[in-house]
Design a protein around this ligand. Structure first.
Ligand SMILES: Nc1nc2c(ncn2[C@@H]2O[C@H](COP(=O)(O)OP(=O)(O)O)[C@@H](O)[C@H]2O)c(=O)[nH]1
Ligand SMILES: [Mg+2]
Length: 293
């Protein structure tokens, strides 16, 4: 068990190093990365689509990379905004890592990009431990998910620099208790900002852009009290380095590879699946690639 924990720590430390390099490189060229985490269906794509449109209206150069287990649906939605969009198909891998992101950006990300939004794979477990070189980490939770989710997913909420509540247009119908939610967030991440949004009704629209631009301008982001490494020992699950299918609760259901930290963890990445659809589709803004290491 100790060896497993050590290895997990080492993997996360290696990722942290790669993330730091990426952050330094991107910051130097004026690009701020925003990492968006949430359960599947929280409304990441819906909110992002509106924020990207707004960015275009305001003349802010933005791009979006969206990771999905299997489909390019999100990229097609985001591309309606007209900004550069890249779809990464993870083929079952339940999170992105910094080195992968770096490779996906190579040769794709336009040089003048001020904000790069990364829609992580939808779950609140696997992606939480992986710094992607972002300067702003956002966790989203819809009003339908229950006020206790910050307590159930303390790492995801604890490491966030901004918490976004989505779908407030239906808050009353589901009796969302805002005060309880805020209190739970405060327990795991004291002082973090919680904002209310509705992609449908337009509430809070522009908050992602505004906060990201402020961070890019050197405004600094909220500094969570939880250290990224802290959770590696606390959580035995969710940091699979193989192929894992994440369900709505963020638990990984392995296919023989996930949770196997005792090997070199590279073997499970490329198994000959080729989802590289580069140029295969009709939408000019979308590039779709399979996850590679
Ligand atoms: N009522 C309401 N529904 C929303 C809102 N945003 C997203 N949805 C719906 O929630 C579902 C999931 O949204 P999506 O953006 O795909 O979530 P993602 O999986 O986190 O990217 C879709 O059916 C959306 O139409 C919102 O602001 N209000
Ligand atoms: Mg999505």
């Amino acid at each position: 068990m100790c060896r497993v924990v050590d290895l997990r720590q080492a993997v996360l430390a290696k990722n942290d190093e790669a993330a730091q390099v990426l952050r330094t490189e991107l910051t130097a060229r004026g690009t701020t990365v925003v990492n968006l985490l949430s359960s599947p269906g929280s409304g990441k794509t819906a909110l992002l689509e509106r924020e990207l449109l707004l960015a275009r209206e305001r003349g802010v150069a933005v791009a979006a990379l969206t990771a999905d287990l299997a489909t390019e649906n999100d990229a097609l939605r985001l591309a309606r905004s007209g900004v550069p969009v890249k779809q990464v198909l993870t083929d079952g891998l339940c999170h992105l890592e910094a080195a992968m992101l770096g490779r996906h950006l190579d040769g794709w990300l336009p040089g003048d990009t001020r904000l790069l939004f990364v829609e992580n794979v939808g779950n609140l477990v696997c992606p939480a431990g992986y710094d992607l070189g972002e300067s702003l980490r956002v966790v989203l939770a819809s009003v339908t998910e229950g006020e206790d989710k910050p307590l159930k997913y303390p790492t995801a909420f604890g490491l966030a620099q901004l918490v976004v509540v989505t779908k407030t247009d239906i808050a009353r119908a589901v009796e969302f208790d805002e005060a309880a939610f805020r209190a739970n967030v405060e327990q795991v991440n004291p002082g973090v900002e919680v904002v209310l949004t509705s992609a449908r009704a337009g509430e809070g629209l522009g908050v992602l852009l505004d906060r990201a631009l402020a961070v890019g301008a050197g405004g600094g982001a909220h500094a969570p009290v939880m250290a990224r490494q802290q959770h590696a020992e606390a959580h035995g699950h969710g940091h699979g380095h193989g192929h894992a299918h994440a369900d709505a609760h963020g638990h990984s259901h392995g296919h023989g590879h996930d949770h196997d930290h005792d090997d070199d963890h590279d073997h499970a990445r490329d198994e000959g699946h080729d989802h590289d659809h580069d140029g295969d589709h009709e939408h000019p803004h979308v590039q779709t690639v399979a996850q590679t290491r």
